[in-house]
Every structure is written in structure tokens, then in C-alpha cells.
Design a protein around this ligand. Structure first.
Ligand code: RUQ
Ligand code: CUA
Length: 660
């Protein structure tokens, strides 16, 4: 087939032209666009020394696999939370305690691609308890505890590939969801790729969240045709009980998707009635199928993670569960799907569509009631487009991706190709304002902007291309976020700031919902780590065959013990370091020369373990890596390694010269 004809319809031509002329200044010099004309902007983002920001912003790290925590309006980076990627700074994935967090059915995986942070909600409002995020590449969902700002749990998603439409929550965090982007063979198997249409499926997963502990558990999966499920959002208010997933590649193609998956005029939003699913589950109308997936939990008491392999999941088949799934035709390869705060409107951001389609939840219910079906696919009724569409925003821009809401009846949609954000009125569909983004905006975030109760003061645009916005840093530039004031009629650009990794989605929350919950240190009396030394008197070194366990403590400004002898080449040395401090922000670090491992950084009251297999005899220094007191530089010690055949007895001490 002549590929040109596929591209030739006028809209894609326009797209192509715009891609070429997407006016970035690539020749050097500061970006000319987006100059802040309003002189007060600097003051509006200025957070005076010693003052706190009003909002936390959690930006996904994309290919860094982490979450970046920023303050708004300042844009200051507060912390990087390692989630799916090892982090030598914090020993995440390097110490013995956190290695199980990165275990999967494929074994230990040191990296993933994290896209969509999603705050927990209570009654449709962000509650500051947890933030969830998806791992895309090896499908997983993580839960970060916002009292410690540490990853507390990771669950793998079986029967999935490219966990992109994930982990959007319901209004009381009953569920977080996970939809597969890639169709994969079901069950996973060695089949011809060309058998895509017969053998591949698309699975949507609902993960139940324990309301007290936050613990996740796969409640059920729904087996669908092998479309690419791109994004999701759950209903709220009147549409609570439903979750909506966008899809593209309803053409079921497995090659050259840029052309082949753009054939259909309309793809679908899959509407899943999860309350109905609960009824079917209760009636036993599911298939229990074998599925291996890891479930990893970190305990703040033992300061250790455990990884459990789960063996099966419950799968619901739409053919056998009428009323569980409906398809809403949506032009054209929709990316984001966003539900307005009332729960009535479902925005399908058709990235190749000239208009923005908004479905009406009430009309959807009526269409279901009246059986206004266009057709049925794999037992799933396709509702008639005219019967479900609630409104159309006419030619708002090019390449819509994502929409958020301000809680005052306005919506804000990003347009990647025309590189702008457009504000429009929910219900009248009129365009109210537009601002350019520098450059090529992907997601946007308004604190609470996907909940029932947005805190609509600021809007953050996360841009895919940075080009000339900052001092050049070689071929790679950090991604860029832009902060806008949306409290008035017109959006006003306030600030640019660089971000870590590639932010896809983000979440924001006023600081007052988080700060009171934040832990300052781990109470030492609650430390149940099996190798903790809860005081200097408990410091010791124990040999078990060729394993040597060093029970070590830290307090300003020494290690106990700080001299160790009697360890041999061929031994495996476990340094279990307990930080005895009971004070905010006094971690100690530990590193020993020649260890092929990261440092460990132990929080007050915590125990962490670094493993070292010394390769050659000698006396090797260890020291504290975190400047902890005026005598931090004195916080050091020695470990003597003898040849493998040495008979030197184990000996350790603090405050005395070892005599033999
Ligand atoms: S994506 S730029 Cu990974 Cu959420 Cu839309
Ligand atoms: Cu402890 Cu520096």
C-alpha cells in the first residue's frame, strides 16, 4: 500500500506542518518566548528563606523510575523518592533490606519507567496518606507512604504489558487500576506475532486498597480485546463506581502503528462498572487462573522488605458478565481520559482529532438503558456515539493529551502539537483562554485537579522538549515544568523550573494535608530488625561459618565497634548498622573502602545492612558519609582483612587499642 495515501488526509498534513514549524529557538541564546510580562511574577513564586511552600508537587520521574517531590510555587526540589530504580544515594536496591522491593516474577529488576503518580483520596479529596505510581515496563504499581516519603509496597501486575493506564484511584481509594498498553498473548506464550488478532488480549486490573493499611491486593482482572489501553480515570460523585480507560489501536495491528493504528475514525473509551464486577465476584462468576506475580512490602518495624510470590488471579469475561463493560466511541486515538469534578463529563483527549469530545455520564446511562448499541465486540456493547456525546469543544488546538479541572467549572487541556494549554468552560464548551508552553506540553497538573475537590490556584505544565530554556548542558537537557497562576480569568505564566527524569503526570496537594503526618524519626524502641543493636552495649561481631555479622551502632560521632579484626578473604561480611539517634534529620552513612556496593544511609532509629565480600588482605577504613556533626570527619574506623587461611580470632572494640 502506498503509505503517502495513509497520511494524506488534511488533518495529519496540518499536524506534520506544525511539527516542522513548532517554533523553538534551536540556534542558541535564551528562549525568546514566554517572557514573563507581569512584573509581579517573581514575588508570587518567591518563598522567603526559612518559609515553606504552600503545596507539595509529586512529579513522576518517567525513565528515572522515581518520584521527584517539589514545593510550589517555588519549584524547589525537596526530595527524590526511589521507587522502581535502584538509588545508590539512599542504598535503595543496594542494601539487604530494600532488595526484595525490586523483586518480580522475572527476578530482581533494577529499573522501571514510572509515569503516573496518584494521591490517595477520601470522599473525593486528596488525603495526604499515600501516593501510588505505575511501573510501565515490567508492570507494577507502587505505594509510597507519605509519613516517611518512602516506597512501602510494590505489586506486580500479571497478564499485562506496558502498564500505562495506571494507577488512577477511585474516590475513596477503594481501588487503584492498571490497564495494559500492549496487547500480549493470553495466556503469555510463544506464538507468532502475526497471530495478534487471535491470540493477544488486553487486560484491565483492579487492585483493592486496604483502607487502614493501604495494602494492595489484586481483586480482579477484566479480559478485553487487544487494544492499547492508554490512560484511565475513575468516576466520581454520580459516576462513582465506574472507571474509564482510553484505547487506541482498535485496528488490532502489530506493526507500524503510527500509520496502522490511526485508521479508525473512532477508538473507544472502555467504561468498566466495578460495582457490577463486585457483584459478579460475589456470585462466583469469575475464572481463577494461574498467574505468577510478586508482592513486596516494606515494614517500618523490622525495617525490612519481604517479597511474596502470588499464584493466581480472578478474571472476569465480559461475555459472561453483562453490564460490566461498555465501549464509548471516541475520536481519534484518544490519549488521556479525564472526569470533571461533578463526575458527569468524561473528556476523551483524541490526540489526532480536530475537536475535543466530551461524553456525558447521564447520557451513557440512558443509552445503556435504551440499549442504543451500534454493535457488539467480544460481548461488549458499543454505545452509539450520538447517544453518549455530551459536548464538543470545537477546534481548540492540535494534539490534545490531557485535561485537568479547577473546581470552578473550568477545564484546562494540553495540546502537544500546538504546544499550548487551552482553558474552556465545562457545559458550554467555549474556549476562554490559551497560553503557549515551552515546548510541547504533555501532562498538566492542578492540585486535586483530577479529584472532586480541586485546589485550583496553580497549574503546572510538564513539557516534553526543553531546547533553549536553560543554560545548555550538552545533548541532554532536563525536562521542564512551567507554573501558571490560574486564580484569575487569564492564565499567567509565573515560573520555569527543570525537573528530574521525564515527568509524565504529577499530583499536587496543599502542604497542610501532609505536614502533620510526616514522621521525624523512627522510635528506636519499636525497631524489630532481627539484626538491630539497640544500644552500644549490644554491638558485637558474630561468625557463622564464613558469614560474619557485624552488629554496629552509630551516634554522633562514632561507630561501635570502630576496630574489627579476624575477618578473612572469602568471608561474607554483613554490616548491620543501627542509627541510635532520636532526632530529626540526623542520618549517618556507612561506606567501607573497596566494597562493590553503595553506601548505606541510615535514618534515626533505623537499621540497614550492607554486604561486603572482601577480595584481598589489608586494613580498610570505613567512615560516615553524611556530615552529621562538627566531628563528622572523626566518625571513622578500620576493618582488618586477613588471608583466607588465617587463624586470627574475631575481635572488635571501641575506645581501646586492639592488642594481640
Ligand atoms: S503519558 S504525555 Cu505516560 Cu501519561 Cu501522556
Ligand atoms: Cu555520622 Cu557523619
Amino acid at each position: 500500500m502506498n503509505r503517502l495515501t495513509l497520511y494524506s488526509f488534511p488533518f495529519l498534513l496540518t499536524v506534520a506542518l506544525l511539527l516542522v514549524s513548532n517554533g523553538c529557538n534551536t540556534t542558541g541564546g535564551p528562549g525568546s518566548g514566554g517572557l514573563v510580562t507581569n512584573a509581579g511574577a517573581a514575588e508570587e513564586v518567591y518563598v522567603a528563606p526559612g518559609q515553606y511552600d504552600e503545596f507539595y508537587a509529586f512529579l513522576s520521574g518517567g525513565f528515572s523510575g522515581q518520584i521527584g517531590v517539589y514545593g510550589l510555587p517555588s519549584g524547589r526540589l525537596l526530595k527524590v523518592i526511589p521507587v522502581f530504580s535502584v538509588d545508590a544515594e539512599k542504598a535503595y536496591g543496594f542494601n539487604e533490606e530494600t532488595k526484595p522491593m525490586l523483586n518480580t516474577s522475572f527476578g530482581f529488576i533494577p529499573w522501571d519507567d514510572a509515569h503516573h503518580p496518584e494521591l490517595s483520596q477520601t470522599k473525593g479529596q486528596t488525603d495526604g496518606r499515600w501516593i501510588f505510581i505505575n511501573g510501565n515496563n515490567t508492570p507494577r504499581i507502587a505505594r509510597v507512604d507519605l509519613s516517611t516519603f518512602e516506597t512501602a509496597e510494590i505489586i506486580e501486575i500479571p497478564n499485562s504489558g506496558g502498564n500505562h493506564s495506571s494507577p488512577f484511584t477511585t474516590e475513596n481509594t477503594e481501588y487503584v487500576v492498571a490497564g495494559t498498553r500492549f496487547g500480549v498473548p493470553y495466556p503469555q506464550n510463544d506464538v507468532a506475532i502475526s497471530s495478534y488478532a487471535e491470540n493477544f488480549k488486553g487486560m484491565l486490573t483492579f487492585i483493592k486498597v486496604n483502607p487502614e493499611s493501604g495494602e494492595m491486593e489484586i481483586a480482579f482482572q477484566v479480559l478485553l480485546p487487544a487494544f492499547d489501553y492508554d490512560l484511565a480515570h475513575s468516576g466520581k460523585g454520580k459516576s462513582h463506581g465506574w472507571t474509564f480507560f482510553t484505547s487506541y489501536n482498535t485496528e488490532l495491528k502489530n506493526t507500524l502503528l503510527e500509520v496502522n493504528a490511526s485508521q479508525n475514525d473512532k477508538d473507544f473509551i472502555a467504561a468498566i462498572n466495578w460495582k457490577k464486577a463486585e457483584e459478579y465476584l460475589a456470585q462466583g462468576k469469575f475464572k481463577e487462573i494461574p498467574a505468577r506475580y510478586a508482592h513486596n512490602m516494606y515494614s517500618d518495624e523490622t525495617h525490612q522488605a519481604t517479597s511474596t510470590m502470588e499464584e493466581k488471579v480472578k478474571v472476569l469475561l465480559p461475555e459472561e458478565c453483562p453490564g460490566l463493560v461498555y465501549f464509548l466511541p471516541t475520536p481519534k486515538s484518544p490519549h488521556g481520559v479525564d472526569v470533571d469534578p461533578t463526575g458527569e463529563y468524561i473528556v476523551g483527549n483524541g490526540k489526532l482529532s480536530a475537536d475535543l469530545t466530551v461524553h456525558s455520564f447521564s447520557k451513557m446511562l440512558a443509552a445503556i438503558e435504551n440499549q442504543s448499541f451500534e454493535t457488539t465486540i467480544a460481548g461488549i456493547p458499543v454505545l452509539k456515539y450520538e447517544e453518549v456525546v455530551g459536548g464538543v469543544v470545537k477546534e481548540p488546538g492540535l494534539g490534545p493529551l490531557h485535561t485537568e479541572f479547577d473546581g470552578n467549572g473550568n477545564a484546562y487541556t494540553t495540546f502537544f502539537i500546538s504546544s499550548e494549554i487551552v482553558k474552556w468552560k465545562v457545559g458550554t464548551w467555549e474556549v476562554l483562554d490559551r497560553v503557549p508552553c515551552y515546548y510541547s506540553v504533555g501532562h498538566l497538573m492542578i492540585p486535586g485537579g483530577d479529584s472532586q475537590h480541586p485546589q485550583g490556584k496553580y497549574m503546572l505544565a510538564m513539557n516534553k522538549i526543553t531546547k533553549d530554556r536553560y543554560l545548555p548542558t550538552g545533548p541532554e537537557l532536563n525536562q521542564s515544568a512551567q507554573l501558571y497562576d490560574i486564580s484569575g480569568d487569564k492564565m499567567r505564566l509565573l515560573l520555569d523550573f527543570p525537573t528530574v527524569g521525564e515527568p509524565h503526570y504529577a499530583q499536587g496537594i496543599s502542604a497542610d494535608r501532609v505536614v502533620p503526618r510526616v514522621l521525624k524519626f523512627y522510635p528506636i524502641e519499636e525497631n524489630k530488625h532481627p539484626y538491630a543493636a539497640l544500644g552500644e552495649k549490644q554491638a558485637k561481631v558474630v561468625r557463622q561459618g564464613n558469614e560474619v555479622h557485624v552488629y554496629m551502632t552509630t551516634i554522633r560521632s562514632h561507630f561501635a565497634p570502630d576496630n574489627i579484626e579476624g575477618i578473612k578473604v572469602g568471608d561474607k561480611v554483613f554490616f548491620h548498622v543501627t542509627n541510635l539517634e532520636q532526632d530529626w534529620d540526623v542520618p549517618h552513612g556507612f561506606a567501607v573502602m573497596g566494597n562493590d556496593n553503595s553506601e548505606i544511609l541510615i535514618m534515626p532509629g533505623q537499621t540497614e545492612t550492607s554486604v561486603w565480600e572482601p577480595k584481598r588482605p589489608g586494613v580498610f577504613p570505613f567512615y560516615c558519609t553524611d556530615f552529621c556533626s562538627a566531628l563528622h570527619q572523626e566518625m571513622q574506623g578500620y576493618i582488618r582483612i586477613s588471608p583466607a587461611n588465617s587463624t586470627l580470632p574475631l575481635k572488635w572494640s571501641l575506645g581501646e587499642d586492639i592488642v594481640q
